[in-house]
Design a protein around this ligand. Sequence first.
Ligand code: AMP
Length: 280
Amino acid sequence: MKVIKTIPQMRDWSRQQNSNGFSIGFVPTMGYLHEGHLSLIREAKKHAQKIVVSIYVNPTQFAPGEDLDAYPRDFKRDEQLCAAEGVDAVFYPSNEEMYLPQHKTFVITEELATKLCGQSRPTHFRGVTTIVAKLFNIVQPQVAVFGQKDAQQAIIIRRMVEDLNFPVQIITAPIVREADGLAMSSRNKYLSIRERQEAVFINRSLELARKSFSSGIRDLEAIRAQMEALLQKNTSARIDYIEFTDAETLGRPMPQEAPVLLAVAAYFGKTRLIDNTILE
Ligand code: AMP
């Protein structure tokens, strides 16, 4: 497995693979890999012959005061995990490599970036779309895999790819959970023992919603109230949002007609966790 740190070397590697007739599958990550990330690598392998994983904690998707500096990093471990999964190349650039001091260009997906997580993180998605656009231009993959864990991100990336004509097929892979149901996240590392125990109630609140929905309840406000009550009773979490949107467009939910994305964000202490489910 090759570890590549510069843009010209990454481009050369990809060009070489393509000219040898191999397609490239790409999994962008911020590292500190867990089973969720590894599931994306396995998915990518089903769709492409050579796999690139990027490991880059992208500063432009963090606002001042967020956890950019504290974000967990362990490159050696990530490298070993990637090698064990049969990854062909890891792209591991520095900030200097990715952003010139005179950088001025951002990709913005307009109102999609202002919904859900965009409410409390107004500059987050412009950082995400910008870095993913840059990475697509550098790695030049034919296929890229994103996790349903970040449902809004996956929707935004699909929009960007279509709008800007990137020749990349986007695949979304299911959420991987811990044994007790908590969605895996590099940020789970921040949780105290008590917060970790409480955090399981995010998924329980989603399960409760799914149960209500499948029993025929279509009053989304009533479902939201049930979820809030469960979280308030069992945790000290501060709910950032519990929202229902159309699962493809992030527009108004139409529970009678189309799948609904139910997305949750909540703070456990200082740690902001997100999770979601599809109601259909
Ligand atoms: P991150 O390193 O957190 O930026 O995530 C990199 C990719 O892994 C994104 O496409 C995420 O949606 C995906 N991902 C993170 N956690 C999970 C999970 N628990 N299950 C599936 N995919 C995940």
